[in-house]
Design a protein around this ligand. Structure first.
Ligand code: SF4
Ligand code: SF4
Length: 378
């Protein structure tokens, strides 16, 4: 039997491009300010052709990540068609997986049942308890979205849909790690990731990024969360950053791209079919082609992608001599400021703070893991 192959780490589809029903002021992509207007989804003929090609290049494992804007604006009919197309072309023994990142406000019982039926993994954006979340994640008229998100989460729980929480860290919640962690426990959330807010637009990768929080604020927040998470050596919640760092303590690869040695080969497709190598670089300089005009093989082998991949590896001197290089591999090139990438990731000192703070306890967990006394959830 020929060896089955995967040429892509996955595909992320900007389902409705920038359209979103919320107007979070820190969004790095949507510019519609909570007024999505006419919703355009990917042309179904184009999508069908792409799925066939994708299943040819990823014969073993074919993950789809549906993102936006707000992908649920595409409507249930769109996703029912997607699933039918996937089933039509899926090969024997090929694993097809769907993940969707949503603001959670549009999840109804029907959506939750659909997600359950088709094994979708759902990521819900939630910035903490109501008094923190509602300050930033608002509708076009400034109304907080917390209650709508929690209604959506209740539907997911009722239908037993697996979900995780994505929390953006900004000026509003960065000083409240204890409240944030208490909220996670109170809600019985099992999988959480924290991402520091980056004030840039994917469509303008040449503009220097600005940030809502400092590197040290990030480091302090995550260190305080670590103390809560560690729970005397028996963590009960999966927190992505810590579990990736634990993987590094075990000499294993980190799955989170910013901490991994390489930017993964994750194809990003705009709603109109344009292809890019990363969600943070939706700009003509990084365009790899168009899925209705170019063969997927040619997109994958486009020289721009090879060039893009060198950015992460082109480490500044400080990283090359850093004790923590195997933990963060220089972070994310988008956070290195200029295109010349000779400064460290903006959050570098914060990373170091977390790595130092967690070192001994993660070493202990790694030892427990080797002995089979602890099982992390990633
Ligand atoms: S540029 Fe940053 S966000 Fe994009 S794939 Fe690389 S590490 Fe990840
Ligand atoms: S901690 Fe800072 S200096 Fe060290 S590898 Fe990471 S980004 Fe580079």
């Amino acid at each position: 039997m020929p060896l089955l192959k995967n040429k892509l780490a996955g595909v992320m589809i900007k389902t409705v491009s920038e359209a979103c029903n919320l107007s979070c002021d820190y969004c790095y992509y949507s510019r519609c300010q909570g007024k999505p207007g006419n919703i355009r989804t990917m042309d179904l003929t184009m999508l069908e052709r792409f799925i066939q090609e994708y299943f040819d290049v990823n014969q073993m494992y074919a993950p789809f990540v549906w993102q936006g804007g707000e992908p649920l604006l595409a409507g249930l009919d769109f996703f029912e068609t997607v699933v039918k197309l996937q089933q039509k072309y899926k090969r024997e023994r090929q694993v097809v997986q769907n993940m969707i990142q949503t603001n959670g406000t549009l999840i109804t019982k029907r959506w939750a049942e659909f997600f359950k039926q088709h094994n979708f993994l759902v990521g819900v954006s939630l910035d903490g308890p109501k008094h923190l979340h509602d300050k930033r994640r608002v509708t076009a008229n400034g109304q907080g979205s917390f209650d709508a998100v929690m209604r959506g989460i209740e539907e997911l729980k009722a239908s037993e849909v697996p979900f995780n929480i994505l929390t953006v860290l900004h000026e509003t919640n960065i000083t409240s790690p204890k409240d944030m962690y208490a909220f996670i426990k109170e809600q019985n959330f099992t999988h959480v990731q924290f991402l520091p807010c980056m004030d840039f637009m994917s469509q303008h990768p040449d503009n220097l990024p600005r940030y809502h929080i400092s590197d040290m604020e990030y480091g302090k927040f995550m260190s305080d969360i670590f103390d809560e998470w560690y729970n005397a050596g028996q963590p009960e919640v999966s927190i992505r950053f810590f579990e990736n760092t634990l993987a590094a303590h075990m000499n294993q690869k980190q799955e989170f791209c910013q901490l991994n040695q390489h930017c993964p080969k994750m194809l990003v497709l705009e709603q109109n079919g344009e292809a890019y190598p990363c969600d943070f670089y939706i700009h003509p300089d990084y365009k790899l082609g168009h899925i209705s005009e170019d063969r997927l093989e040619d997109i994958i082998n486009h020289p721009t992608w090879a060039q893009f991949s060198t950015m992460k590896k082109n480490l500044p001197d400080q990283c090359q001599s850093c004790d923590f290089l195997t933990y963060c591999h220089g972070g994310c090139p988008r956070n290195r400021g200029s295109q010349h990438l000779q400064t460290t990731d903006y959050f570098c000192e914060g990373y170091k703070q977390i790595f130092r703070h967690s070192h001994e306890r993660l070493e202990f967990l790694a030892e427990q893991l080797r002995k089979g006394d602890y099982q992390p959830s990633i």
